[in-house]
Ligand binder design. Sequence first.
Ligand SMILES: C[S@@+](CC[C@H](N)C(=O)[O-])C[C@H]1O[C@@H](n2cnc3c(N)ncnc32)[C@H](O)[C@@H]1O
Length: 368
Amino acid sequence: MLDQLLSDLGLARPLDEAQRARLLAAAAQRRCLRPVLVELAAEGAPVDDELAAVQRLRELAAIDADSVATTLADAGVRARTLPLGVEDELLRLVRLKLPDVSAASHAIDVLEADGMRRWGPTGAGAWRSYRRSHGRVTLTRLDDRPTRVELVWRDEPTPRQGLLGRLQRLLTPGQADFDAVALPGFLWPLYLLVRPVRLVLTKLGLRRGATPGDDLGPYLATPVGLTSAFVDQAGIVASDLVVDLGCGDGRLLVDAVTRHGCRGRGIERERGLVDLARRNVERAGLADRIEIVHADAASAPLGDVDVVLVFLPAEVVARLVGPLLARLRPGTRVLAHEQAELVAQPAPQHSTLLVTDDGVTVVHEWRA
Ligand SMILES: C[S@@+](CC[C@H](N)C(=O)[O-])C[C@H]1O[C@@H](n2cnc3c(N)ncnc32)[C@H](O)[C@@H]1O
């Protein structure tokens, strides 16, 4: 595996520090970090710290899985723990299969009572519609632990091709539809109509977006233990203006401004998250240093910015980074962290592996 990866990356032994960093980042992205570390260790390479961290993550993932399974079993929920690839364990992920949607709903109630939060629509009608049209949901802890639980109650069907597939995609309601109108539970079938009506009105310019821009990705916070490690890769100085595109609860900016004395601006499209981020900024006493803007990350003005932080799905970053660099002043740094493989154009100038007890991620850096 190591030889294959070296040859794919055009690297040859002996590796210098920068090449070793590139190799480990690529191994994490291609989901073969652990075997590559084991092979490197066997060759006498200095990877003890990384190996120990990865081993610790595997142990923590096993503890997470046990604790979630016990909580559900105690509440009488029948759930089967789905096996994870070794590299999924490094994400502190627990994946469980439920026999049907009502068992899944029960499991969600139990986990929410145990301090987890379900991502996705909040309204009763939207949630019923979501359960009908989707087959899985993710929960994360409200406290600082990074455990992520994925409940699966139906295998996602292979997307249909052709006209039928297009029609299906057109009619399947998504987050923007759930945000657009809150229907009571008994009216949830009307969500089938909300989507086409919303799309037509938006196209005709008759609906000014209560929620700006397209949904670039769901809210999934950077795990606490990775936050400072990620921010520190940006080489931030006190005179910098740092922007987080899709700032969620504002944690990256609070961390950056608290520790580096810079200024921050968060761009976020979800109204509830804008309010949450503003509350977190106030609580940290940083309201004069950080502004949270309810706007579209894909079009917000960025001409005055020094550092851009991004945590969005890899395929979105790949699509966004070219146009993003064109919107920035020369010299502005863009840093994205990703757990999935990122194939972006232009390619990042640096990619660095980060491993902490909260998970594994790879930080990519570009300069405008
Ligand atoms: C993966 S979360 C990252 C949150 C935060 N940056 C962090 O690292 O903890 C992605 C965030 O982007 C937001 N988002 C998605 N599309 C957006 C858009 N078009 N404009 C602004 N924010 C967007 C989501 O609501 C979500 O909060």
